[in-house]
Design a binder for this molecule. Structure first.
Ligand code: PEP
Length: 257
């Protein structure tokens, strides 16, 4: 069997936090940490800070991305931002399908699928979030939900394009609640996602696709997730806003956790 080439990714999702000045201060702090890290460092920043952050991060190993985009190339969509604009501002990746967008902005799998395809066509790496709600888990529907989300959000994506995606398993009940999944539960869900990705794109593609865990990750619990076979990194929300905490999480990878 060919060895996987998956590299650990620690990604931060800043949500609707940080002015440009605050963002730049944070990046100043993280550049030296990222430089010696044994992982890739991704930061999904607010639209308003993409240009400044990507300029600042140039030449460093920090990858700047966006948290959302519209599925159209351009048009009369007041307040929306196109993938080409994100790319132009310096973004390399974009989060799609985050549960906050699904829940608060009623985004469904078919809309998310359009965004995935538009992001890929525009040269942006989609970071696709999937995950079950508390009720879905209680009702034993987790695998059905994950399967449907992966199938529908990645419909029409070629094997080549799939190799340019990142998946994040984010159980909805663990996001922003302080109630992280257990490492065993995360590994089970990640292994299931990889099996589904293998059905969709073949074993070779699935083996090399990064699947990140997200949901109340902090410097104390991060190592446990990183130690699991199918967890290829972390998507960090609130703890990515605090430079010291985010640096600690990055350094856990550095220390071989
Ligand atoms: C997220 O928003 O993707 C997330 C994982 O948030 P938190 O780490 O705060 O749970």
């Amino acid at each position: 069997m060919t060895q996987s080439v998956r590299e650990v990714i620690i990604a931060g999702n800043w949500k609707m936090y940080k002015t440009i000045d605050q963002a730049l201060q944070f990046i100043d702090h993280i550049i030296p940490v990222a430089q010696t890290a044994k992982c890739k460092v991704f930061l999904a920043v607010p639209y308003t800070a993409i240009k400044a952050c990507s300029d600042k991060a140039k030449g460093s190993s920090i990858v700047i991305g966006a948290q959302n985009m519209n599925d159209a190339t351009e048009g009369a969509f007041t307040g929306e931002v196109a993938a080409s604009m994100l790319k132009d501002a310096g973004a390399s990746f974009v989060i799609v399908g985050h549960s906050e967008r699904r829940r608060i902005f009623s985004e469904n799998n078919s809309f998310i699928n359009k965004k995935v395809k538009r992001a890929l066509a525009s040269g942006l790496k989609p970071l696709l979030c999937v995950g079950e709600t508390f009720d879905e888990r209680e009702q034993g529907k987790t695998e059905d939900v994950l399967k449907k989300q992966l199938q529908e959000c990645l419909a029409g994506v070629s094997k080549n394009e799939a190799s340019n995606c990142i998946i994040a398993y984010e159980p909805v009940w663990a996001i922003g609640t302080g109630l992280a999944a257990t490492t065993t539960l995360a590994e089970e869900a990640h292994a299931f996602c990889r099996k589904e990705l293998s059905t969709l794109f073949g074993e070779d593609v699935a083996r090399n696709l990064p699947v990140l865990y997200g949901g109340s990750v902090n410097p104390e619990n991060a190592s446990g997730f990183l130690a699991e076979d199918d967890v290829d990194g972390l998507l960090v929300g609130s703890q990515s806003l605090v430079a010291d905490s985010f640096a600690k999480i990055i350094q856990l990878v550095q220390n071989g956790s």
